[in-house]
Design a protein around this ligand. Structure first.
Ligand SMILES: [Zn+2]
Length: 169
């Protein structure tokens, strides 16, 4: 059984309902129409062709890496551990050094001078992505260190790439 829901469910419910896989989206105001390609690909690959959901995620995400869907929401896949008593999670995060640095949103305004959309092109210091305010005289910076435990998924597409962080719920 696979189930698509928009909001939370408890670990106990997940186990007692015998749900094998669950996919959730993290966008606070999800635009469901942006998920249509994901579900068409899901239907073809998982429902019709019979591939497992977990090994299919790389393929499902690669096809969406250039769409607005990737920039709109992250995805969490919940599934049972091998003994069935644990719920494991794979959080898929879209990262683009300019649009979604390490999966984070760039602030609309500079925290120092409140200028809107005043960020420079990003620079890097080791794995940290840095944006500087371009307003004259402002030294405002916005930094995005690489989060712990994330691994790339698939290939980079137009500078963007999905990443995954695995954990336990
Ligand atoms: Zn500034």
């Amino acid at each position: 059984m696979s189930l698509y829901i928009k909001s939370g469910i408890s670990t106990t419910s997940f186990i007692s309902l015998n749900i094998n896989d669950m996919v959730t989206f993290t966008a606070p105001q999800l635009h469901a129409s942006l998920t249509s390609h994901f579900f068409v690909d899901y239907t073809m690959r998982v429902v019709i062709e019979g591939f497992g959901l977990k090994p299919s995620f790389q393929s499902l995400l690669t096809t969406s890496a250039q769409s607005n869907f990737a920039r709109h929401t992250n995805i969490v896949h919940l599934y049972h551990g091998q003994d069935g008593s644990k719920v494991l999670t794979d959080s898929y995060i879209f990262s683009h050094p300019k649009l979604r640095p390490w999966g984070q949103w760039l602030p609309i305004s500079c925290p120092s001078c409140s200028s809107l959309h005043s960020w420079s092109d990003p620079t890097r210091h080791q794995s940290t992505i840095i944006f500087a305010c371009t307003r004259s005289g402002c030294l405002g910076l916005c930094t995005f260190p690489k989060p712990e435990g994330v691994e790339p998924v698939g290939k980079e597409v137009n500078g963007g790439r999905w990443m995954v962080k695995s954990g336990q719920w």
